[in-house]
Design a protein around this ligand. Structure first.
Ligand code: R5P
Length: 308
């Protein structure tokens, strides 16, 4: 069954992702309601939904701070079913636990598979953006629901950069970033190159830049996610030696753990731009229309393709 076949649909947001969820509801033309979430002093959560729900429900929550939000999500989805929802679409612009797609050491949990199966037990359809897929290429193989749509933010990013900078030079910090960097560059005919990354631990990264003329260029470092920020920080320090006109950072997912943002500025980054997939001070690009379009396509099973 496809989502949103009926007009009887409600988008339910959560207090910590309110603004983006409300924007999505407006863009999609779906009424908005909010889960009431109370955190007890011991860390447990009380969650309450509107007492009667339509057949089709869209839950909109992004999944940074994953351990607590996954519990809230399961509480919300199970309660939505109890209250009458027959079809639940999860819009999670940032999808957690996608990196650990194999056991790198004996005995390690393959978190992607475990969390993917957990989600599939509670939701019918999934829409996310720039999911961090590596060895498992299709989102539906990580989260077995239909449809499982993995959008990318590159069109939004290239439109933004086209207005922001004259003739930027895009740099991807590692091989994985090439898919996004190349797509943005292709859209606007921007120059780009891809660096090589070696990671020695959570906080230790070495970036080797390819030979290029970076001098006096407006460099934009593009990546799907900034977590510790070490990848972008190392790339910035390497680039700064060549005397570029400016170095900016553009990411889909602004996790920026700890003092990552300050370290980036100290290394020489002038601007940090991100999408609203994760609420952060650097959010400058909104994904509401991209997500609304995907929700709209869910109305018609003929137009839905997994991993769009
Ligand atoms: C890795 O493959 C990703 O695309 C990012 O480059 C990475 O997750 C960034 O992590 P951090 O900010 O911790 O260096």
């Amino acid at each position: 069954m496809s989502a949103l076949l009926s007009d009887s649909c409600l988008l339910i947001g959560f207090p910590d992702y309110r603004e983006a969820a409300q924007r999505l509801a407006r863009a999609a033309g779906i009424p908005y309601a909010e889960a009431l979430v109370h955190h007890f002093p011991d860390g447990e959560t009380r969650l309450q939904l509107p007492e009667s729900l339509p057949e089709y429900v869209v839950l909109c929550q992004t999944l940074d701070h994953p351990n607590s939000r996954l519990v809230e999500l399961v509480l919300a989805a199970a309660t939505a079913r109890d209250l009458g929802a027959r079809h639940i679409t999860l819009v999670a612009p940032y999808l957690c636990y996608m990196r650990q797609d194999k056991a790198f050491h004996p005995g390690e949990a393959i978190s992607q598979r475990i969390i993917g199966v957990l989600l599939s037990q509670w939701i019918d359809a999934l829409i996310t953006v720039d999911a961090h897929l590596h060895r498992v290429h299709r989102l539906k193989d990580a989260v077995p629901v239909n449809p499982a749509i993995n959008l990318n933010a590159t069109a939004v990013m290239s439109a933004f950069l086209g207005k922001q900078l004259d003739n930027p030079f895009l740099v991807g910090p590692d091989e994985e970033s090439e898919q996004w960097v190349a797509a943005i560059a292709r859209d606007r005919d921007f120059d780009y190159c891809i660096a090589r990354k070696q990671r020695f631990g959570d906080q230790q990264v070495r970036i080797s830049l390819p030979k290029a003329d970076y001098r006096k260029r407006h460099i934009v470092l593009v990546d799907d996610v900034a977590s510790t920020g070490r990848t972008l920080e190392s790339a910035t320090r390497a680039l700064a030696r060549f005397g570029p006109a400016s170095i900016a950072v553009l990411v889909t997912h602004a996790l920026f753990a700890g003092d990552a943002q300050e370290r980036l500025h100290r290394a020489g980054v002038s601007h940090i731009w991100s999408t609203d997939a994760i609420p952060h001070a650097s959010n400058t690009l909104h994904l509401d229309h991209l997500l609304a379009d995907a929700l709209d396509r869910c109305r018609d099973p003929r137009t839905v393709q997994d991993d769009t």
